[in-house]
Design a protein around this ligand. Sequence first.
Ligand SMILES: CC(C)(COP(=O)([O-])OP(=O)([O-])OC[C@H]1O[C@@H](n2cnc3c(N)ncnc32)[C@H](O)[C@@H]1OP(=O)([O-])[O-])[C@@H](O)C(=O)NCCC(=O)NCCSC(=O)C[C@@](C)(O)CC(=O)[O-]
Length: 314
Amino acid sequence: MPSTASRQAVLREVGLRDGLQSLARTMPTAQKLAWVDAAYAAGQREIEVGSFVPARLLPQLADTAEVLAHAKALPGLVASVLVPNLKGAQKALECGADLMVVPLSASHAHSLANLRKTPDEVVAEVARIRAQRDAGGHATLIEGGVGTAFGCTLQGEVEPAEVLRLLVALLDAGADRVSLADTVGFADPEMVRRMFEAARREVGDRLCCAHFHDTRGLGLANAYAAWQTGIERFDACLAGIGGCPHAPGASGNVATEDLAFMLERMGVETGLDIQALLALRRQLEAWLPGETLHGVLWQAGLPQVLNGAAAMAA
Ligand SMILES: CC(C)(COP(=O)([O-])OP(=O)([O-])OC[C@H]1O[C@@H](n2cnc3c(N)ncnc32)[C@H](O)[C@@H]1OP(=O)([O-])[O-])[C@@H](O)C(=O)NCCC(=O)NCCSC(=O)C[C@@](C)(O)CC(=O)[O-]
């Protein structure tokens, strides 16, 4: 098990994509740009700014090109987008996204509901995306994100062997790296440990990120379990908003500010100013009146001694 000492973690903010796609309202573009700026000022260096999907499906994210252009102007920021197919990927390449995440559901039922494609058809789409990326000489990275990796509300069980097969297939098709997601909050820390260890045996360091929903209160425990297997990048949503519209029962992601607190408390450097994240959460509350926000740190605030593990080691 890798030691916690001197490790760093990256929290990729996905609230502007996963969070906002789950709300019925559309956040005005000016507020999204202010969110990107404030997240950047709080130390976030990876932000998923939206999706290139048909606006009729997700009008909340119709301004993704504009938000991406704004994010790209911030030095050192990895500005990513979600793309469901080649058409979305072409837009991401045209707009110069640093990274595009192609979601692939290991559950056949969810795959059809979400993308109208089987998992293997999504793998084939990734091969077309890779060919297009390489032909144009673009620098945009391709991440294959395997969702419903721990089960699915539509299909029920998802075989771990199928998840592993799809991780390998995505890489063989041309994804630069892969990640694992618990779309509907079915995972527990022991399942996470087993899955991430097995995935690492299959694909090594090309397994780059963990994406947990806190649907049943295990988001942080699952993140900790993934961390213990060596994962150092996590998706998270400010105020724990989020959820896939095509996954019944899906609810919010692990809250950015809570996850940052847990890691910093363990002595792990995230580069994040947690007070600034809490201030941004208050701003988000004002931007989203009437919406249910999640997370717990905001209620108690930071303890006086933040860096518990480091303090004990000193
Ligand atoms: C994949 C499709 C498009 C298939 O939808 P479809 O209807 O089968 O698409 P199509 O290829 O038949 O095209 C239909 C029309 O849409 C257009 N079109 C086609 N593609 C695009 C595009 N990219 N951008 C803009 N327009 C597009 C296309 O040009 C055409 O336009 P028309 O000729 O009718 O005028 C649709 O099912 C889709 O967009 N699905 C995405 C749904 C989504 O965003 N889900 C949430 C993200 S995944 C998630 O949240 C999970 C995750 C990542 O967070 C991790 C986790 O927790 O597990």
